[in-house]
Design a protein around this ligand. Structure first.
Ligand code: GDP
Length: 194
């Protein structure tokens, strides 16, 4: 994927702020600190386009990154311990509205940290994604933090906890393994072609 003309197209909290030009979108969900900004920065080959979180949980917006004729959509991270109940509800509202309203959404991918058993919030998010009719693709981030020989065991915990039906639906990713970016783009571009 050519990433020389990448830009932040819109920052939105509700449909009034979404980009209107029709183009295929991939959205990324996950708890704060899972590595979502780092993932998007790696995919668009920029160091700092998506903010990486010095203050986790701060982003309460949907950020639309335009990459050629596609969009990568950064959904607000959830699960930050210090947010109030009303903030949590507003977060859920922002995500639900987006998932329900967006006809050009190709897939919603859930990011989880390869090292940890997915939380209840991850399970709820995953159920919601699958029930909404998406494939249920999962990205296990920070793969470099687990030795190659141990990864299968971690991926099994993730698959079992989330109830992932096909093992091939879990993709591993690490910002320190450059080949991951090419592999991930190949997967996304295959979905577009399909
Ligand atoms: P976000 O809150 O989901 O956007 O998470 P960030 O992208 O800000 O990442 C949270 C922390 O995890 C940061 O300190 C990142 O440097 C680190 N991180 C993210 N991805 C990776 C990775 O693939 N490998 C390693 N070792 N650290 C990562």
């Amino acid at each position: 994927m050519k990433t020389d003309k990448v830009y932040l197209e819109k920052v939105a909290v509700d449909p009034k702020g979404y980009p209107t030009e029709p183009c295929g979108e991939f959205a990324f969900a996950g708890r704060s600190n899972v590595g979502k900004s780092s993932f998007i920065n790696a995919m668009v080959r920029r160091k700092n386009l998506a903010r990486t979180s010095s203050a986790p949980g701060k982003t309460r917006t949907i950020n639309f990154y335009r990459v050629a004729d596609l969009r990568l959509v950064d959904l607000p991270g959830y699960g930050y311990a210090k947010v109030s109940k009303s903030e949590r509800n507003s977060w859920a509202g922002i995500i639900n509205t987006y998932l329900e309203a967006r006809e050009n959404l190709l897939e919603v991918l859930l990011l989880v940290d390869i090292r940890h058993k997915p939380s209840e919030l991850d399970v709820a998010m995953y159920d919601y994604i699958v029930q909404s009719g998406y494939s249920g693709l999962v990205i296990a981030t920070k793969a470099d933090k687990v030795a190659k020989g141990q990864r299968a065991r971690h991926l099994k915990v993730i698959a079992d906890t989330l109830g992932v039906k096909e093992r091939s639906n879990i993709l591993t990713f690490s910002t320190s393994e450059k080949q991951n970016v090419e592999d991930m783009w190949a997967i996304l571009e295959d979905i577009v072609r399909f």
